[in-house]
Design a protein around this ligand. Structure first.
Ligand code: TUI
Length: 324
C-alpha cells in the first residue's frame, strides 16, 4: 500500500489524520505517526506558545514525521506560521484560507506544504505556487466544508494537478481508501474516524455521540455567513438554524457560536456545544486504538484491490473464451 504520498512525506501508509482544532492534540498526532500514518497537530485558534509546547510533546512521543495544520482564520495565524518555521515541522497542512503568501518561506526551510482545498481552481493556484501535494476535501467532511462531494471533486482535482492528491471527506475504512485510489488519489485523510479512537483526548461524550450517529445525523450551519460548518444535529444546531432563518447578522452568529467547539470537546456538552463531525460517522461503531484503525484499513483496502483485480482478470478470461 505504498504510494507517492508515502515517499513524499516519509510515512509507511498513505493515511493522514485531519488537523482538527482542539481535537488533534500532540498525543493523537503521535499515535497516528507511530502507527505509520501522518499525525497532525491542529493549531486551530491556539496561541503560538501552546503550539510550540504541543510540537515538543509530539517530538517526545514519536520519532516519525508529523505535521501541523494551520487554520488561516486564526487570529494568531502569523505567529503560528513563525513557530512552524522555527520548529522546522516536517509537514504543514492548511485550512480555511490560502497559504500562498507563506509558501516560499515554508519551502525554503524544507517544510512540505499540503493545502486542504474544496475546489479545483484553488488546487491549481496552490500547485502553481509550490504545494507539494493537495488534500481534496469533499463536503461530507466534518467542520468547515465546501459544496462538492468527494466522489465528484476528487477525479476533477486529480485531473487538474500534477502533484499527489489526498482524498478527505467521507472516508473511515479500507473501502474508502480503495475508492479514493480508484478515483486517482494517492492517499486519504480521516478526521471523524480518529476522533473515535482510544488515543484521541476529546470528552468521552463526543466519542459516544459519533458511535450513536447515523447517516443523516449531521447538518450544515453557518452557510448564511459564508462559513459553512458540518456538525451533529443538536440543540445548538437547531438554535443556530433558527437565527440564520431570521436573518441574524454575522456578528450575532459569530458571537453565538464562539467557544462552542471547545464546549463539546473539553466539557463534553453534546447539546450546547458544536459537535463537528463528518457524514461517515454513521459507519463508525467502536472506539479503537489508532494502530488497529490503520492496520485494519490497510488489510481491507488490499483485499478489495486484489479481489477487484481477480474479478477483472476472470471476466477478461471469460470474454476470451467466448470470443476464442
Ligand atoms: O479547515 C477545515 N475545516 C475546519 S477548520 C475548523 S476550526 C473552527 N471552525 C469553526 C469554529 C471554530 C473552529 C473546523 N473545520 N478544512 C479545510 C478546508 N479548507 N476545506 C476547505 C478549505 C478552504 C476554504 C476556503 C480553503 C481555502 C479557502 O479559501 C481560500 C481563498 O481563496 O482565500
Amino acid at each position: 500500500m505504498r504510494t507517492a504520498v508515502c515517499d513524499l512525506l516519509g510515512i509507511k501508509y498513505p493515511v493522514l489524520q485531519g488537523g482538527m482544532a482542539w481535537v488533534a492534540t500532540a498525543k493523537l498526532a503521535a499515535a497516528v505517526s507511530n502507527a505509520g500514518g501522518l499525525g497532525i497537530i491542529g493549531a486551530g485558534n491556539m496561541p503560538a506558545d501552546l503550539l510550540r509546547q504541543e510540537i515538543k510533546i509530539c517530538r517526545s512521543l514519536t520519532s516519525n514525521p508529523f505535521g501541523v495544520n494551520i487554520y488561516y482564520l486564526s487570529p494568531s495565524v502569523r505567529e503560528i506560521v513563525e513557530v512552524v518555521i522555527e520548529e522546522k515541522v516536517p509537514v504543514v497542512t492548511t485550512g480555511a484560507g490560502n497559504p500562498g503568501k507563506d509558501m516560499s518561506r515554508f519551502k525554503a526551510e524544507g517544510i512540505k506544504v499540503v493545502p486542504v482545498v474544496s475546489a479545483v481552481a484553488l488546487a491549481k493556484r496552490l500547485v502553481r505556487a509550490g504545494a507539494d501535494a493537495i488534500i481534496a476535501e469533499g463536503m461530507e467532511c466534518g467542520g468547515h466544508t465546501g459544496v462538492t462531494t468527494t466522489m465528484a471533486l476528487l477525479p476533477q482535482i486529480t485531473a487538474a494537478v500534477n502533484v499527489p492528491v489526498i482524498a478527505a471527506g467521507g472516508i473511515a475504512d479500507g473501502r474508502g481508501l480503495a475508492a479514493a485510489l480508484a478515483l486517482g488519489a494517492q492517499g486519504v485523510q480521516m478526521g471523524t474516524r480518529f476522533v473515535a479512537s482510544i488515543e484521541c483526548e476529546v470528552h468521552d461524550n463526543y466519542k459516544q455521540a459519533i458511535l450513536k450517529a447515523k447517516d443523516r445525523s449531521t447538518v450544515i450551519t453557518g452557510a448564511s455567513i459564508g462559513h459553512p460548518v458540518r456538525v451533529l444535529k443538536n440543540k445548538l444546531a437547531r438554535e443556530f438554524a433558527t437565527l440564520e432563518e431570521r436573518g441574524a447578522s454575522r456578528s450575532r452568529l459569530e458571537q453565538f457560536g464562539a467557544g462552542r467547539l471547545r464546549m463539546a470537546v473539553q466539557a463534553g456538552d453534546m447539546q450546547e456545544g458544536s459537535v463537528m463531525c463528518g457524514q461517515i460517522a454513521g459507519l463508525i461503531d467502536a472506539v479503537l486504538p489508532v494502530h488497529e484503525i490503520i492496520s485494519a484499513m490497510m488489510i481491507e483496502a488490499s483485499d478489495i484491490l486484489q479481489r477487484l483485480s481477480c474479478q477483472l482478470a476472470a471476466s477478461e478470461q471469460a470474454v476470451k473464451l467466448v470470443e476464442g
